[in-house]
Design a protein around this ligand. Structure first.
Ligand SMILES: NC(=O)c1ccc[n+]([C@@H]2O[C@H](COP(=O)([O-])OP(=O)(O)OC[C@H]3O[C@@H](n4cnc5c(N)ncnc54)[C@H](OP(=O)(O)O)[C@@H]3O)[C@@H](O)[C@H]2O)c1
Length: 321
């Protein structure tokens, strides 16, 4: 196993690979299954020990967990203790009043379903996928804590919580004796808001941080420079990135960023990943890849981790979209 490099997650004893692999897109029933197997093998063989899932990942919902579970059973059964597997509940999953939100009913039923789909006894991290203003936060945190006590999750985390609610969540989880391990939030050159609230609060509480969509779903690459390719996320009806988001203004910024990356001897995707990891408080970034080639190329981001002040300034100039 190559060493991708690991960082401690907050003040915990748990190490995260600097690059983690996310299975939101590219691992569902609509995706290329052979490529999915190849990517998981390559990732694990190169030290990517952390695989990030959620109940509703894949098209249709749940299919990423089911497919991941099949590959785990066939190829990785003897490696379970070398892997860090996370799942989440919080967004839309099944019809009716109990398949969305932050209720105890939803979170616990959902984790049971996720474990069944993946063929696991426990997950390493169970997240509340979003803050639900309609559920008392004590109820949501109580459900997370109980999953730890029952041995169905080793750690718990929160995702995309606003600052005031994250503060409450950290306090409640601490009081429950199951401290929050990690906050998962969007972080990339175009979306830096966590630097001002989420990151300092997490650091103050000893909570780790992991960034998602470090490539802004593929916008921070050379992919869309000459239009929207048929095999891209923006072209798929089931992709979360919409055609309308690939605007001339975004592409203008992407061109400028591509030039900065080229002067550093990197692709834009590689520079975008290295840029997220320049902050030690960003313990890991979760990248998504639709091909083995993308994954291989993205891992090379780790070869040029440092930035000059001038580079940071120039990148910052293109930051907000
Ligand atoms: N907590 C949350 O609410 C939340 C939300 C979103 C994501 N996440 C997590 O974060 C993970 C990553 O999110 P994401 O998929 O949006 O991440 P991302 O890394 O920003 O985007 C991934 C997409 O970028 C394109 N790409 C990747 N490498 C490339 C390269 N070298 N060259 C050109 N294009 C490249 C691919 O798109 P194409 O398909 O177009 O090739 C790929 O599917 C998810 O899988 C999930 O685990 C969590």
């Amino acid at each position: 196993m190559d060493n991708v490099g690991y960082r401690f997650c907050g003040r915990s004893g748990l190490k995260l690979p600097r690059i983690s692999l996310g299975l939101w897109h590219n691992f569902g029933d609509v995706d290329n299954k052979e490529e999915a197997v190849r990517m998981l093998h390559y990732a694990f063989d190169h030290g990517i020990t952390h695989f990030d899932l959620a109940n509703n990942y894949g098209t249709p919902y749940g299919s990423a967990e089911t497919n991941f579970g099949k590959i785990l059973k066939k190829d990785f059964a003897s490696h379970r203790d070398e892997m860090l597997i996370s799942t989440k509940a919080g967004h839309d999953m099944w019809p009716g009043p109990y398949g969305n939100g932050g209720s105890r009913k939803y979170l616990i039923a959902s984790l049971h379903q996720s474990l069944k789909r993946m063929g696991l006894d426990y997950v390493d991290i169970f997240y509340s996928h979003r803050y639900d203003p309609e559920t008392p936060i004590e109820e949501t945190m109580g459900a997370l804590s109980d999953m730890v006590r029952q041995g169905k999750a080793l750690y718990v985390g929160i995702s995309k919580y606003p600052e005031d609610k994250a503060r409450e969540a950290y306090r409640l989880l601490r009081e429950n004796g199951t401290p929050c391990l990690i906050h998962q939030g969007r972080y990339n050159i175009f979306n830096r808001s966590i630097e001002h609230d989420t990151l300092p609060l997490a650091a103050e509480n000893g909570v780790g941080f992991i960034g998602f969509s470090p490539l802004a779903q593929g916008l921070l690459s050379d992919k869309y420079l000459n239009g929207i390719p048929d095999d891209s996320r923006a072209a798929h009806s089931y992709g979360f990135l919409k055609r309308e988001e690939v605007t001339p203004d975004v592409i203008k910024k992407v061109r400028k960023l591509t030039d900065i990356a080229a002067r550093r001897g990197q692709t834009l995707a590689q520079m975008a990943l290295a840029w997220c990891l320049r902050l030690e408080e960003v313990n890991s970034v979760i990248v998504g890849t639709s091909s083995l080639k993308q994954l291989q190329s993205n891992l090379d981001a780790l070869e040029k981790p440092s930035f000059t002040d001038e580079e940071l300034w120039l990148i910052g100039e293109q930051g907000a979209v």
